[in-house]
Design a protein around this ligand. Sequence first.
Ligand SMILES: NC(=O)c1ccc[n+]([C@@H]2O[C@H](COP(=O)([O-])OP(=O)(O)OC[C@H]3O[C@@H](n4cnc5c(N)ncnc54)[C@H](OP(=O)(O)O)[C@@H]3O)[C@@H](O)[C@H]2O)c1
Length: 339
Amino acid sequence: MNQQYKIRIVGAQAQLQEQAGAAIHEVAAGQVLLQVKAASLNYRDLLTLQGAANGAARDGLVPLSDAVGTVLAVGDGVQGWQVGDRASPNFFPAWVDGRFDPAHLQLALGGGNTDGVLSQQLLVPAQSLVAPAAHLTDEEAATLPCAGLTAWHALFERGQVRAGETVLVQGTGGVALLGLQLAAAAGARVIVTSSSHAKLERARQLGAWVTIHYGDNPDWDQQVLALTEGLGADHILELGGPDTYDRSIRAVAAGGRIAQIGVLSGFNARPDIQPLQFKNARIDGICVGSVAQFQRLNQFMAEHRIRPVIDRVFDFDASPAAYTHLASGQHFGKVAIRL
Ligand SMILES: NC(=O)c1ccc[n+]([C@@H]2O[C@H](COP(=O)([O-])OP(=O)(O)OC[C@H]3O[C@@H](n4cnc5c(N)ncnc54)[C@H](OP(=O)(O)O)[C@@H]3O)[C@@H](O)[C@H]2O)c1
């Protein structure tokens, strides 16, 4: 790291901070160069490693989608960002607002074709950046772009969750716990399932209304109905996939909604969807979210002073161990990397 570090600004604007470092970056018009401070892992990163997400990962792919950094340089025409600002790029850099375009899938950070964020410096379009909630540490803020935004999109943008409604989240990983925290802050009653009694105790401390051990109680859908006087859950974050989907359909309330998010037990769930018709219930396909939604998530986090749960932080050099830890399933909440 004793080489001269150069940033070449392409265009007229020259906001530049010289630093010791190794890379030469061309910061084109509309781009921002970040010094990455923290990143986090998602289950999707395990799938990417296996070649199971968005096709096979390109050899040499820079992994991970979630990061927070400080602005090192801004390209020509960039407005609203200054050197030194803290910023986090959206999972889909090109989905700024409005309706989703499937073309965004190929551009998702750290997917099969597009380099991700596990690098010391990162060039991103300025339009993809969001200012993280100020009360969060870099590691905490770096847990939000995928898991947090997915839970927010499902529950608030699509679900319009209200105080007093019942929300079910499956497991105690990143999406589930951020869903718990967000829904509880909105005044919802949150049911959490887990394979671990110790994790369920921690979920209760985080604000879960009821917890269910899905190993001891494989018919957890019946328990959800019993707990809600036969009504069912108004919102379900469907994270399990084939192993959980039929039970989610049985457990959802009339007029309720299932957010189809996860593949924890595999792809291609083929549930019996007929019962949804007789409940006037729906399935919302959810794929992370837009920059505008990410901004609203951070505003909500700030208003409610929510701090994401970080299970463990690894140093950059120990990134492979972070993957191993996530794959073990021992984690409660998020696994982060400090750069
Ligand atoms: N559609 C989207 O936009 C989107 C975005 C983010 C994530 N996802 C998907 O959502 C899922 C969760 O992602 P994540 O990053 O939050 O995962 P994660 O942090 O790795 O969470 C894994 C946890 O889920 C629980 N789990 C595992 N198998 C389960 C099963 N069959 N039934 C219920 N719970 C189970 C376990 O919790 P316990 O130890 O407590 O049992 C496990 O520790 C993944 O399938 C991921 O691909 C989709």
